[in-house]
Design a protein around this ligand. Structure first.
Ligand code: NAP
Ligand code: F7E
Length: 333
């Protein structure tokens, strides 16, 4: 019997790769999408088929994490065996501008979903998109038992969600798991996260469309992995015998400057001629260094990352150069 899954955040980077993975495994996939005045489904358009098509296995439903009643009606209609909760206001810098909204969506939104599951007595496995941002100021290496010290409204909201997941697991016996994922990127990464901002700039500069890009702190250290590998880790977490918390990371550290050098270098450009500083991209409190230890995921789930930051930079630059060269053909990269 094929399984049914609900993905919140299906229109985002991870949601789109996860939908692809689950469909390839024969799942019926339901996705929560926000109503917008413009189309916001470009990352999953290639997966979508008319729902009247008898072979259609992907179904999209309007809803919002701020609307708990809608989460109840949707879960009661779909009855998923697995719920992947990926939706969030996920941008750290933006969370300083919109702390209340971030708390409502990224924090309380998780409680609304957990409570909807509890209210209708749904027997399902729940994945929470927790984050290395919860470690914040605690020095690396960070793993499951490292103390948390969030440094942004986003990190604080995610930490609240993390503890609500633990609470529903311990209090109500729910199969609820926290995936504590370190930064993971891809050609589908949102355009204002630093890696994609850099690789888009490289493509625009290489093609003569632009001359420079403004960035903030180049000294921050991150452990960047490849998003398709990380969504596979999410799936493995929900196939485990027991609910638990798992770090996914590569364990390798690079600065933003390293990523800049790798990306510009791959296109044969000297980054120092094209990168300028703008303090608007600094944060009131920065997370200086995130480097994860994913030993537990390797030992328990058999999860292993393969793509490290230098290769990731090349994959993303190539995809953005292709996007500039042939925008229509590159849409599904
Ligand atoms: P993303 O590209 O920003 O996608 C976020 C998704 O959430 C989008 O589908 C967005 O819909 C949806 N969303 C936002 N607000 C919503 C609301 N009020 N109601 C319903 N849906 C809403 O994020 P991502 O990189 O794929 O990350 C997936 C999850 O993992 C997020 O929770 C993120 O915080 C977390 N995470 C990410 C990383 C990483 O490095 N990527 C690391 C650790 C944890 P629209 O398309 O309509 O905006
Ligand atoms: O910043 C520095 C910035 O916005 C990375 C989210 O997916 O991963 C992500 O959060 C670093 C920071 O990602 C610019 O100061 C310099 O130190 O790409 P980012 P993030 O803040 O690490 C975690 C794990 C998540 O959970 C989040 O959802 O790069 N930086 N100059 C810049 N950052 C941006 N965005 N733009 C710049 O111009």
């Amino acid at each position: 019997m094929s399984k049914t899954a609900l993905i919140t955040g299906i229109t985002g980077q991870d949601g789109s790769y996860l939908a692809e993975l689950l469909l390839s495994k024969g799942y019926t996939v339901h996705g929560l999408i926000r109503r917008a005045s413009t189309f916001n489904t470009h990352r999953i358009d290639h997966l979508y088929r008319d729902p009247h098509d008898p072979d259609s296995k992907l179904f999209l439903h309007y809803g919002d994490l701020s609307d708990g009643a809608r989460l109840v009606t949707l879960l009661a209609e779909i009855h998923p065996q697995e719920v992947y909760h990926l939706a969030a206001q996920s941008h750290v810098r933006v969370s300083f501008d919109e702390p209340e909204h971030t708390g409502d969506v990224t924090g309380i939104g998780t409680t609304r979903l957990l409570e909807a599951i509890r209210m209708i007595g749904l027997d399902c496995r729940f994945y929470q998109a927790s984050t290395s941002e919860m470690f914040g100021a605690t020095p690396p290496p960070q793993r499951e038992d490292t103390p948390f010290y969030p440094r942004s409204p986003y990190g604080a909201a995610k930490l609240y969600s993390y503890w609500m997941v633990r609470n529903y697991r311990e209090g109500y016996g729910m199969f609820a798991t926290n995936g504590i994922l370190f930064n993971h990127e891809s050609p589908r990464r949102g355009e204002t996260f630093v890696t994609r901002k850099i690789t888009r700039a490289v493509a625009d500069i290489a093609s003569g469309r632009a001359d420079h890009v403004f960035l903030g702190n180049l000294d921050a250290v991150r452990d960047w992995g490849y998003a398709p590998e990380y969504v596979e880790g999410m799936w493995r977490m929900l196939q485990a015998d027991e609910p638990d918390d798992f770090v996914l990371a590569t364990g390798h550290a690079y600065t933003v400057r390293d990523f800049v050098e790798a990306a510009f270098g791959h296109a044969g450009l000297d980054w120092e001629k094209h990168v300028r500083f703008d303090d608007r991209y600094l944060r009131p409190t920065e997370v200086d260094a995130l480097i994860g230890d994913a030993s537990k995921a390797r030992n328990v789930l058999g999860w292993e990352p393969r793509v490290l930051t230098p290769e990731l930079a090349r994959i993303m630059v190539d995809a953005d150069i292709e996007r500039v060269r042939a925008p229509e053909a590159a849409r599904l990269a």
